[in-house]
Design a protein around this ligand. Sequence first.
Ligand SMILES: [Zn+2]
Length: 119
Amino acid sequence: MQSFLPLINIPVSAPHQAINLLPANTQIREIRVFLESVLEEKAQRKRFDQVLKSLLQAEFLRVQEERIFHQQVKCTISDEKTCRVCKKKMGNSAFARYPNGVVVHYFCCKDRGVCPTEQ
Ligand SMILES: [Zn+2]
């Protein structure tokens, strides 16, 4: 039991550090409880990571679906189209389109979340 004393304050999350401190003649049965707790901790962590991975994958797919939905919207910029902020023609400038269809110059788009016509 004396070989366990150095292990008491070492977290289970760093078992390799604890194992490195063990004398070479340590018997497995002497550290069985420790090894079981390490394996259980690793198994719990793996299950948690699998659940997290699945949740992130579902969120990724949801965002992809939303992106595809928004990219399907057709936006035609004609020669007469003007920016709703500065009132100048759009020309060949980069532009931003709000979900309500309002089109502005990209540099006139100060807040992506708030349409300038709705302020
Ligand atoms: Zn503008």
